[in-house]
Each structure stands twice: as C-alpha cells, then as structure tokens.
Ligand binder design. Sequence first.
Ligand code: PFF
Length: 450
Amino acid sequence: MQGGGEQREMWGSRIGFILAAAGSAIGLGNIWRFPYVLGESGGFAFLVVYIFFVLFIGIPIMAAELAIGRGSGRNPVGAFRLLKAGTPWWLVGAMGILTGVIILSYYSVVAGWTLNYVIKAVATFDTAFATSETAEGTFNHFLSSSGQQVLFHFLFMILCIVVVSQGIKGGIERWSKILMPTLLVLLVLLIVRAVTLPGAGAGLAFLLQPDFTKLNLNVILTALGQAFYSLSLGMGAIITYGSYLNKKENLFSSATTIAGLDMGIALMAGLAIFPAVFAMGFEASSGPGLTYIVLPRVFAELPAGQILAIIFFVLLSIAALTSAISLLEVMVTFVTDELKWPRSRATIIMAAVAFVLGVPSALGFGVWSEITIFGQSFFDASDFITANVMLPLGGLFIALFVGWGWDIEKVKKEISMGHTTLRFFTVWIWILRIAAPIALLAIFISNIAA
Ligand code: PFF
C-alpha cells in the first residue's frame, strides 16, 4: 500500500488548523442555507434542536473523523486501508471522495452566483434591486444566462485552484488566517446595522421566541441534516484535515472549538439577516431566494445599502471559498497520497473534474432546463443525493467504524494523545456506537422515503 505518511506537510499552528477546519464548516450552509431553513422551520424551536444535534451528534462524529485522519495520516481511502487492512471499510472513504466531487461541482455554481452578485452590488445596484420585481427579474435572468453560469462557476474554481495549489500550510492555512477574521469583521458590521434598525425587534423575537408547536419529525430531521452538512461531516473533509494534524492536539477540544465557531457564525448570520428582513417588512420564510432576492431588496431600502450589499456578498464569497477548498483538498490529498502526483497537477486535474461535473448543474437553469434526473434538475439531484443520502450514510459508517470496527485500544490511544484524562471517552464511544447511528439512519430513511 502506498501512503503519504513519509514527508507529509503539517499545519503550521493550532490556530491555523482550527481556522482552516472552521473555514470548511462555515460556508454557504451557514449563511445561505441556515437562515432560510430556520425561517421555514419556525425559528427558535428549530434552533434548539439544531444546537442539540451539533453538541451530541456533530461534535462526537467530528472527533471520530479527526481521530481517523490523524491516526492514519492518510487520505480517506488510504486511512481506512491502513487502519483496517484487507477489509471493505475503504469503500467508506471512496464514497466520501465521490461525495466531495459532487458537492464541489454544484457548490461552485452557487459560489459563482455569489461572485457575480459582488459585481452586481458594485456596478448595477441601483437598477437591479430597485423593486421586488426587478430583484426577482435580475436573479431569474442571471440563472437562465447559461454563459454567465458557466463563466462564474469557472472563475470560482480558479480561485480554489490558486489556494489549494499552494499547499496545506502556505495555501489553505495562510488564506484561512486572512479570510476567516475578515469574514467575522464583515459579519459584525452587518449585525450592528441590522439590530439598530427601527423594527428590528420583530426579527429578534422570531429568532428567540420558543414556539415548540412547530416541531415535528420533519423539522427535527432537517435540523440534524443541517447540523451534519454545516459541520462538513460524513465525507472525509475532516479526516483529510485531521491527517495533517500533529499528535499534540486534543481532538475533543478541537472538535468542540470548530463546531462552536460554526454554530456561532450560523447564529450571527441569523442575527444579521432576520432583524433586517423583518424591519423592512419582508417574509422570513422565503426559501433559497432569501439571499439573492430578498436580501438585496432589504439592502436597497437601507441607507448606505449598496455598501452593505457589497459587504454581504464578499462575506458569502469568502465563506464559500474556504469550504470549497476543503472539498477540493479531499481529492487532492487522495491523488497525492495514492498516485504520488505533484500537488499542482493534482489540484488542476481534480478541479477540472469538479468543474466539468458542475457544468450540467450550471446549465440546468437555462439551456438544459428540460433535462432531469428522477424528475429533478441536475443541480437539485446533486444536492439531494449528497446532502440527504451520501453524507448521512458516510457519517453512519464513520461512527460505526470508530465505535465497532476499529480496535478500541487504538481508538483510546489516538484520543488520549494531547489529553491528560479520558473523561469523555466512554460517553463518546457509546454515542458513536448507538445514538449517532440511530439518528443518522433515521435521517437517511426519512430522506429516501420523502
Ligand atoms: N460545511 C459547508 C457549508 O456549511 O457550507 C459545506 C460542506 C463543505 C460540506 C465541505 C461538506 C464538506 F466536506
């Protein structure tokens, strides 16, 4: 078996690793998806369930992925092959890599919209978002302009190549250390503006009012799925980042810090968005269009709205970039480990694969709108199969692997590095053995049946 263990690069510092992993977690899922899912699922009650799942399922699985990555020092396929040689467990890693390619393919399309909206916010803000009709028209027109869809998908992929080709420490870590603090500052600026608007209280009330009558099985499973997607779990991104981590770091505290940052940013995105949406008299439950139709309209009604719009779409582009590079890195680590390709070649070829796979998603809003897979567009089908089927399935197998498949003494040894005590070990292992598999099986089945 081959492995990249010999002269593998490592993260340069703990903070660099945490920011890179938080950068993977914090993405379109936090700022685009979380607010509208929360809006559609009834606000506070959803939030409580979401936080519960992050704490009791998300953090344990993140620690499990970190343990697999660091324990092996390999890509997801190589990791399972090394830790459990001669068994089919490596298929879990292979499915993860495939999931990553598919997610990256459509993620880059949405990220391309965001890049395009930075330009719109700068160049055509006054006309594009003057009324609700023009805002909707702007978005629909852009969606159906196939040339632009492909162009911005392409440009975004180039940004990913620039970062990933520079390596772990000189690329991903260095850029995360610049981009993540920038993201935080921009988000704080937006929050300050939003919560000081007259009428912002209704948005805050929406976020903070406990209405548990909205809770049903569907909302609970949506919260679990969102927690999982948001934390970048189930496909080997965290295994990959963990494989570059040194043995001194405490895995439980790393997982908790990363999840805490991810949850914090999702909540902050809610705080930036809902008070403004309510203050301007818009609906909270506007679905995926919330970001590209409602928010620009909200900004257009505010003093200095153009600047806020620019800030918002730059922020969203940054969030998308730091997540997309983790998706690309999974594939790049795989081929540099297994095929010993140089990083630059691996990066360009893997990005090209994801780009080509994303083209049907990009065209599905325009010239290829007739083509469907099981009645869904290519874009929706890619999102559905990955977020609702492959990620929970990957997470299920990762939990089962660490809980039952891997040797418990080896798991203990890996976790105890960087720890003085093993206080949470028993609780953790039983979550992985029983609770997490049941929860993940439940989302998987309900998503398939839906
Ligand atoms: N966590 C990212 C987000 O919330 O946007 C999406 C994602 C990135 C999922 C990387 C999975 C992954 F491996």
